[in-house]
Design a protein around this ligand. Sequence first.
Ligand code: PLP
Length: 374
Amino acid sequence: MKRFVYADNAATTKMDIEAFEAMKPYLLQKYGNVSQLYSFAREPQKAIQEARETIASCIGALPEEIYFTSGGTESDNWAIKGSAFQHSGHRATITTAFEHHAILRACEAIERLGYPVAYMWPDKCGTVSPNILEQYITDETLLVSVMYANNEIGSIQPIKELCAVAHAYGALFHTDAVQAVGHIDVDVNDIGVDMLSASAHKFNGAKGVGFLFIRKGTPMSAYVDGGAQEHGLRAGTENVAGIVSMAVALKRNVDVLHQNQQHVLSLEKKLINGLNAAKIPFTKNGGKNTLPGIINLSFPKADGEAILHRLDLMGIAISTGSACNSQNTEISHVLKAIRLEESLAKGTIRISLGKENSEDDVDAILTGLKKILA
Ligand code: PLP
């Protein structure tokens, strides 16, 4: 059988086996509805409470500050819309031009309802500095939302400093930490954020489950109307199996976070050294402070989509920063936001390595890239 190399861990990750096993009893035996009063509901009730405590302890929050959702997209939508809808005065939201579409589209939706939104541009390394925020923020700003780390180029943002600026102006601060949680240290009290989004499938949990941290006392509207679940703010029968497995996956990643980081960083170094040794010209996007394992590379005069397809034929899964249609090449909004030259943007790929990857995987990627780019 042809060897398969999965190097698209920023898109999704393989489920942790213990997280998977933890789901099963809540689907097959302990499947009671958490909202019911009979004793059959007690075990799932207890399991959800324990998961809330575990997840809270992994990010320095209180259990009652964790609200379960269907994933990163819902958490982001809730943060943007739920805070805007608290205010009829239409105070402004500030975000960045290179957020995930879950934030950008949610912002466009509130704009259509008359809520003003401003989009900050990152510098060429993909960082939004507190100085940039100072140029946009006023005493009328309601919310600042800046991602913890960018999903395409991996650049980590100065969240603590940005949050301090927002608070100095009386604004709330949300961060989309979907790529960061479970991969780098995240402590909501250290950084001071009011809201934080996370998604289980990015840290070896199941797809379709995530959470929004909402600091106690933060004014927030309900996002999904219906039953009284999640303190009456997010209705819907709880995804007990998904929630339980998310807590197991997060705890297992956080317990060996630095070990995983070292492993992934050593693979990243091997890849970069291999490209240099092969004298393949490239630029690595995202500046110096990037998430371990997210390697965004631009090859001059190359075609990122063609590289993706040729690697795919070799059994290697990566992603690209541009996609061709019959008329032209569509460059991603992230590469546009960092003002990457068009010729480089067209030749951009994202390799995202995770704890499951090995040195052999990197060798296979290098062999593939050498064949394609020689
Ligand atoms: N935010 C970021 C930064 C992401 O990378 C993603 C997923 O790619 C999302 C939000 C959406 O998360 P989900 O797939 O859980 O809806």
